[in-house]
Design a protein around this ligand. Structure first.
Ligand SMILES: C[S@@+](CC[C@H](N)C(=O)[O-])C[C@H]1O[C@@H](n2cnc3c(N)ncnc32)[C@H](O)[C@@H]1O
Length: 364
């Protein structure tokens, strides 16, 4: 179990390795910690805030941008505390940035992207909490501090460095972005009406306990994000996707082809899957939430029949990982079914909503 703390993170005094932090979809922290432990076993987890994970790592910075459940990876620079919520907060941030040494984060950036002569930069300011100022004002104040200290030019489009300032209530986190672009922009060449963020899709696949040669199904696959992410494991799963409409299946095919992946795609109703009983090892699905796709009323008709099919097709001991905003509807159906055991629930902050991932074991 990882503990999600409040800012600032206390960086232990004995840390000598470079320090990083990752930004992630809030709610995915345990999955990101798990991926970090598996892929970078020498990394040391330093602390976790909601939507942020701090770690130190002595290996090549390039390893850190291989993490697939995170949005961005940064070289850590500093944390600020006791920032006034009034207009004075902007002066406070500007002065603080004059004093912040970015050299540790810049060294990581240089190792990844090469040295920059006469660099230009941009600041990205993000804010959560009650303040008398908005994010662009934070960026302007912090940018002025950086110009004062380093004399770099500002270029919002063709910048060498993206300095990030995350203000949460009266604290702030400052770093230099190392990942070349938001890591979640991978995987898709075309998007559906409710395409899932690939970092969430990847996290859902991790939660389904990937194993070589699995039969893996996304019965409502839309543009195929989950299938593409699962294919990335490269462990020879049999991938099957389906959707009630043909148009999203065409999108899924394009995304799979662009990722050099293949899956069987079937036009079906999620309440009647053309799959043998007990034939599926892992079923992962971003269900209609009743907002962009469907409605609560259509979900009331869809969910019971769909869950019945989940119970039928997933083999005893197999797993289903479902994402939806329809919490009451889905938990009632899971609780009611003796063949399903809810193992974990992760509630996310995603596009202004708070859907949950349900990890369900098909009981033996
Ligand atoms: C939330 S979207 C999935 C988005 C997908 N994860 C992606 O990244 O593009 C839900 C999908 O369920 C499909 N759907 C809705 N009702 C269905 C049903 N009865 N049977 C199968 N698919 C259905 C919709 O067409 C839609 O593509």
């Amino acid at each position: 179990m990882i503990e999600i703390g409040d800012p600032p993170i206390q960086i232990p005094a004995d840390v000598t390795e470079p320090i990083y932090f990752a930004s992630l979809i809030a709610g995915l922290e345990p999955v990101v910690a798990d991926e970090l432990a598996e892929k970078l076993p020498e990394a040391r987890l330093l602390g976790v805030l909601r939507g942020r994970l701090f770690f130190s790592y002595a290996g090549p910075p390039a390893d850190t941008v291989e993490l697939l459940t995170v949005e961005n990876v940064f070289g850590y620079a500093a944390q600020l505390t006791e920032i006034p919520a009034t207009e004075d907060g902007l002066d406070f941030i500007e002065q603080a940035l004059v004093g912040i040494d970015l050299s540790g984060a810049l060294a990581l950036h240089e190792e990844l992207h090469g040295a920059k002569t006469d660099p230009c930069f941009r600041i990205t300011g993000q804010r959560a909490g009650r303040h008398a100022y908005k994010s662009p004002a934070i960026a302007a104040a912090a940018g002025s501090g950086v110009v004062h200290r380093y004399g770099w030019r500002v270029d919002l489009e063709k910048y060498d460095y993206d300095v990030r300032v995350y203000v949460t209530d009266d604290s702030a986190l400052v770093g230099v972005r190392l990942s070349p672009e938001a890591l979640h922009r991978r995987a898709r060449v075309v998007h559906g009406a409710a395409s899932l963020n690939p970092t969430v899709a990847h996290a859902m696949c991790r939660l389904s306990r990937p194993a070589p040669g699995q039969v893996f199904v996304d019965p409502m696959c839309g543009a195929g994000t989950i299938l593409v992410e699962r294919a990335g494991w490269g462990d020879g799963p049999l991938l099957i996707g389906g959707d009630a409409y043909v148009a999203p299946l065409h999108l899924a095919q394009q995304n799979l082809t662009a990722s050099d992946a293949s899956a069987g795609l079937i036009n079906w109703d999620g309440r009647r899957l053309a799959l043998a009983t007990g034939s599926v090892d892992a079923l992962v699905c971003n269900m209609p939430w009743g907002r962009r796709i469907g409605s609560h009323v259509t979900n009331v008709h869809l969910y019971p029949g769909f869950i019945r099919e989940v119970v039928r097709v997933v083999r005893p001991g197999g797993v289903a990982v479902l994402l939806t905003q329809e919490k009451r509807l889905i938990t009632r159906l899971i609780d009611k079914h003796p063949a399903l055991a809810l193992q974990d629930t992760l509630t996310l902050s995603l596009s202004g909503l708070h859907p949950s991932i349900y990890v369900i074991q098909r009981v033996e």
